[in-house]
Design a protein around this ligand. Structure first.
Ligand SMILES: Cc1cc2nc3c(=O)[nH]c(=O)nc-3n(C[C@H](O)[C@H](O)[C@H](O)COP(=O)(O)OP(=O)(O)OC[C@H]3O[C@@H](n4cnc5c(N)ncnc54)[C@H](O)[C@@H]3O)c2cc1C
Length: 470
């Protein structure tokens, strides 16, 4: 019987555990123990219910286009619980000079797929619109070295596009900055299109025409989630795992490689395992590997993380009627607010709030505002309410409010990230029986984390000769 330890009980670790559990049940001689430092499983997936409303403390949904999270939901019996975002009402605003301006229809990240809505939009200056037209004639370009998202976007569309779109979108997803994040790691599809076609506009249009030509089904919703929130996924997974294998309030301090496996030191206990899957944020992985391999630990520790704060406010039907239609708004950094974005949850996932409630979820933090983590809940609420007053004239007293702080939860794929991953992989391969999973490596979203957990388990099983196809 081979014993495998999984460190970290977020969605990445649970996905690894599920892969091992499936193998165990099909007769593979393998056992696992999952060590989670906190008293609960799920990591940044946490759902609360207040006053008939469903509140997501961390992730609220996942991109439908990336199949791994939905596939896992179906495997654990949640196929009929999957739901899509209400895309008919999908409108997003950007705060420009104190006013909310709607993003033109047909924008794919910063690429316009529909000409007229973009031309008519007051969002962009004439200069940027001319840059968009000229972009059509860009020739194929392959950057020799990695560059920032800001550099790439600016080359195509100019600085206004970085300030109004690229930067606010990336601060929503990564809590990061376009001037730091790697174009190759964060926008691989666009860097690929650029090297083949030159113009991103032409490349996106030709890709969507091809897809349109073969599409036989109605378009899928942009975002997917679960009827009872993201925690439903955690609960269903946990129910499928061997309860005796799940150790909560069990922080791992160090991992020590041995000739025939690994010693896991957790609290006052040590235990021997044949292999290890580390599914924590990369910085925690660096810490537990500090005495195992200096170089690997240093590379992992250099993957930076940003922190995030989400604030959800509940209001009555009068407020609901007064709010703009759509999914919410993004706040560019230059706008002088601490809020990065706000979602009108009752519009995005309508069943998450009864008809007589409005639910607004605000995001703060990111690389430029780590200090927000030190602020008290009262102070954070004061900031958020003040900014909502300025941005959408919302003066009403909320019926309820919830603040969630996520310290160092969002990995930053800065320039050179892909090269760092190659060095990490080379160092990992030198240590027998070690795999890494989590949001620090090949994708920050829930689907990529699910995939990383399953792949890490597959790698370990393959190394043990228990999974030929991994
Ligand atoms: C506010 C917020 C909103 C987000 N929104 C979305 C979204 O809408 N859609 C989307 O796709 N993604 C979203 N994400 C990203 C996504 O949710 C995360 O990247 C993903 O859930 C991370 O999962 P994980 O298991 O890799 O890490 P985590 O969830 O961080 O889990 C890691 C676990 O490891 C444990 N741990 C750490 N050190 C140790 C140790 N030494 N010993 C034992 N255990 C340890 C931690 O306690 C934690 O439970 C969001 C993230 C945040 C923070």
């Amino acid at each position: 019987m081979k014993r495998i330890a999984i460190i970290g009980g977020g969605i990445s670790g649970l996905s690894a555990a599920y892969t091992l559990e499936e193998k165990r049940q099909s007769g593979t001689p393998v056992q696992y123990s999952l060590f989670e430092s906190s008293p609960r499983l799920g990591g940044v997936l946490l759902t609360d219910r207040v006053d008939g409303c469903l509140i997501e403390a961390g992730a609220d949904s996942f991109l439908t286009e990336k199949p791994w999270a939905a596939d896992l939901c179906r495997k654990v019996g949640l196929g009929d619980q999957l739901i899509g975002s209400n895309d008919a009402g999908r409108k997003t605003y950007i705060l420009v000079k104190g006013k909310l301006v709607e993003l033109p229809d047909g924008l794919m990240f910063m690429v316009a797929t529909k000409i007229m809505p973009t031309l008519r939009s007051p969002l962009f200056s004439v200069r940027t619109k001319l840059r968009m037209a000229a972009e059509w004639f860009h020739q194929p370009h392959k950057a020799v070295e990695d560059e920032t998202v800001a550099q790439m976007v600016e080359r195509h569309y100019g600085p206004e596009m970085v300030e109004l779109l690229a930067d606010p979108l990336l601060s929503g997803v990564y809590g990061g900055e376009a001037s730091q994040l790697s174009a190759r790691a964060v926008l691989p599809r666009f860097t690929d299109m650029e090297s083949k076609h030159g113009s991103l506009g032409r490349a996106v249009l030709s890709a969507s025409r091809k897809m349109g030509a073969v599409a036989t089904t109605p378009p899928r919703p942009f975002f997917s989630s679960l009827k009872n929130g993201m925690q439903q996924m955690v609960s269903a997974l946990v129910a499928k795992l061997d309860a005796r294998s799940l150790l909560t309030s069990a922080p791992v301090q160090s991992l020590i490689p041995q000739d025939n496996g690994w010693t896991v030191c957790a609290g006052y206990q040590t235990d021997h395992f044949d292999a290890i899957i580390i599914a924590t944020p990369a910085q925690a992985a660096a810490s537990v590997l500090a005495s195992a391999d200096d170089d690997l630990s240093r590379e992992l520790g250099e993957i930076r993380y940003s922190s995030s704060v989400t604030v959800t406010l509940g209001y009555d039907e009068k407020v609901r009627a007064s709010l703009p239609p759509g999914f919410g708004f993004l706040v560019p950094r230059g706008a002088g607010h601490r809020m990065l974005a706000a979602t009108f949850v009752h519009n995005k996932f309508s069943y998450r709030a009864p008809a007589n409630r409005a639910l607004i979820r605000c995001f703060l933090g990111g690389t430029r505002d780590e200090e927000i983590l030190q602020a008290s809940e009262e102070e954070i609420l004061r900031i958020v309410r003040g900014e909502l007053r300025q941005i959408i004239s919302l003066n009403a007293e909320p019926l309820f409010a919830r603040v969630y702080k996520w310290k160092s939860a969002m990995a930053q794929y800065v320039v050179g990230h892909l090269e760092r991953l190659q060095r990490i992989e080379a160092l990992r391969q030198k240590l027998h029986g070690l795999a890494l999973a989590g949001n620090g490596y090949g994708g920050i979203g829930v689907p990529d984390c699910v995939r990383s957990g399953a792949e890490a388990a597959g790698k370990i099983l393959a190394e043990m000769g228990m999974w030929s196809s991994a």
